[in-house]
Design a protein around this ligand. Structure first.
Ligand code: FE
Length: 335
């Protein structure tokens, strides 16, 4: 079950997430004015943004599209050699798409799809953010001025994607990209893998794979942005409501990951989490924490139960699509 990958440290961290939106102007307003991200570049149908604590030129790419969902998920490699090694390893799986010159702020990138079809890429060359005078912090080690606009998210943290076969995707990320398994939800005496949380850094997870109860592929459950403390999550809730944004769940605390969460829908339809708390993992021999039906409960440590939409809704929305067999739709909370 646990794939030993302790020697593979080729992936440094989650670098960039592209979100697709049918409401590009409204989505930009949400991330820029309501959440406090900074717009740094516009290219084609895309706007590039960043959190004030992100070191990279851009960490979120918003792209106009007919339907909401996740575009390319970009991982930074630890070195040029690491990039070549991972590209070679992925190429051998048949899931590779090949090289590109790279997106805004990044150098050569190797693109591929995970087994469920999510588009990903690995790159090494990164343009570090250089703040213009108006956005330069007086704190030398802060890449951008602390503006305090809206929810004022500091940085990107993680994403959760839906998959038809969680185990296949989890194994792919462990074996070919060196991800470490943090926690799992395993039902039916361990035979049904409903969710797996993985990371390459001490933060609890950078990606989670969760069973797609609709049986679709390539979908997003949520994208998560970090704030420094739980009070900031509560403040974000006030700001979201004042701006007419629908809050789906939280603020509450999960059992798995111990995350303090708040989920809303950005105007394009993607579920966005404002996140804090959680815990760091330093042990190189970390033993994944496994949760069965009884231990898992509803996935909420304390706070209100999660709504049905939290299990059934992802982007792109396939509400009218037939559901997977009933036995595959337990009450389950993918964050
Ligand atoms: Fe999350």
């Amino acid at each position: 079950m646990t794939y030993r990958t302790e020697l593979n440290q080729d992936i440094a961290h989650l670098g960039n997430v592209e979100l697709l939106t049918p409401q590009p102007e409204r989505s930009l307003w949400y991330f820029k004015d309501v959440l406090g991200m900074e717009e740094v570049h516009v290219q084609g149908g895309s706007v590039y943004l960043r959190g004030y604590g992100d070191y990279a030129a851009s960490t979120l790419k918003l792209t106009a599209a007919p339907r909401a969902g996740v575009g390319c998920i970009s991982w930074r490699a630890a070195s040029p050699e690491a990039l070549q090694r991972r590209a070679k390893a992925i190429d051998s799986t048949g899931l590779g798409l090949g090289w590109s010159d790279g997106d805004f702020g990044r150098g050569a990138s190797y693109r591929f799809r995970d087994p469920d079809g999510h588009l990903m890429e690995i790159y090494y060359e990164e343009t570090k953010y250089r703040a213009p005078d108006a956005l330069r912090s007086t704190l030398k080690n802060l890449p951008q001025k602390y503006i305090g606009r809206g929810a004022n998210v500091r940085r990107i943290d993680h994403l959760a994607v839906l998959a038809r076969d969680v185990a296949a995707n989890r194994t792919f990320m462990q074996k070919h990209l060196g991800f470490r398994l943090r926690e799992q939800v395993l039902f039916e005496n361990g035979q049904l893998e409903l969710g797996s949380w993985l990371s390459t850094v001490p933060t609890h997870h950078q990606i989670a794979y969760v069973k797609d109860v609709k049986g679709a592929s390539g979908r997003l459950h949520h994208f998560s942005l970090w704030v420094d403390n739980r009070e900031d999550v509560l403040r974000a809730a006030d700001i979201l409501v004042e701006n007419g944004i629908f809050i789906e769940a939280g603020p509450s605390k999960h059992n798995n990951s111990q995350g303090f969460y708040l989920y809303s829908y950005e105007p394009g339809g993607n579920r966005i989490e404002i996140y804090s708390g959680s815990f760091l993992v330093f042990a190189p021999d970390w033993e994944p924490v496994l949760w069965n039906e009884e231990e898992r409960g509803t996935g909420v440590y304390w706070g209100a139960e999660l709504p049905e939409s939290f299990i059934n809704y992802g982007t792109p929305d396939v509400t009218n699509a037939p559901s997977a067999p009933k036995s595959n739709i337990p009450v389950f909370d993918p964050y």
